[in-house]
Write a protein that binds this ligand. Structure first.
Ligand code: HEM
Length: 195
């Protein structure tokens, strides 16, 4: 039985070919090359083939190898000694990595019980970090079981409501009373001058 299936451009003419790999050997490929009298790739070692094709083995796992986990099941693994993460639709058991994770085990713990894709991407993990993920991959997440993202509901704009409290009346009076006194002073002065 073949472990991996590859759809990749031909080394020579870049036409897409299908190849199957068993263990470390390429065991079957589409007849494209043989039709042209070229079947040297049949004896290529898998790692050489993969290096040339630029595909990481991680992406080559067949669908049947991927276990589908529910969100609820994954969320239960939220301890230092049992820690699973969901990143880009994939499930990782990072328990053996907790002590060695350069960012510490606490960040990994804080990323459990949710889709940690953004947390992972925000850090700007290196390519070597991404390559390491393969080691901890245990399956796919059943997307239909992931709770919908909490949507941000902006605070409701307070409706215009003129302030009618006593405080507001006092403020108005503080402004009006000096004006009234000033006006009264002018009136009094005006009449007293005439007399
Ligand atoms: C399978 C999952 C993960 C693997 C294999 C992994 C691996 C690594 C590696 C190798 C580094 C060293 C820096 C680098 O090479 O990029 C690193 C750093 C770090 N990681 Fe992760 N990581 C994973 C998940 C996460 C998650 C989910 C978070 C956030 C919640 C996170 C937060 C960090 C932080 C904060 C650093 C330190 C960055 C720094 O100090 O520059 N990692 N990780």
């Amino acid at each position: 039985m073949c472990n991996f299936k590859i759809l990749q451009g031909c080394f020579r003419c870049h036409k897409k070919i299908v190849a199957y790999i068993r263990s470390t050997w390429l065991c079957k490929q589409s007849s494209h090359h043989r039709e042209r009298g070229f079947d040297a790739t049949l004896s290529l070692r898998k790692d050489l083939y993969l290096r040339r094709s630029g595909i990481k083995p991680f992406s080559l796992r067949m669908a049947s190898d991927r276990k589908l986990h529910t969100f609820e099941e994954v969320a239960k693994h939220n301890q230092t000694k049992d820690c699973w993460l969901i990143i880009s639709g994939k499930v990782y058991d990072v328990t053996p990595f907790m002590e060695d994770h350069p960012g510490g085990d606490e960040v990994l713990l804080s990323a459990t019980g949710k889709d940690a894709t953004n947390d992972f991407e925000d850090v700007g993990h290196s390519d070597s970090a991404r390559d390491m993920m393969e080691k901890y991959y245990i399956g796919e997440i059943d997307a239909s079981t992931v709770p919908l993202k909490r949507t941000y509901i902006p605070p409701q704009q307070a409706q215009y409501n003129p302030d009618k409290t006593p405080e507001f009346v006092i403020k108005i009076l503080q402004f009006l009373v000096p004006l009234l006194i000033l006006g009264l002073a002018f009136v009094v002065r005006h009449y007293t001058k005439k007399e």
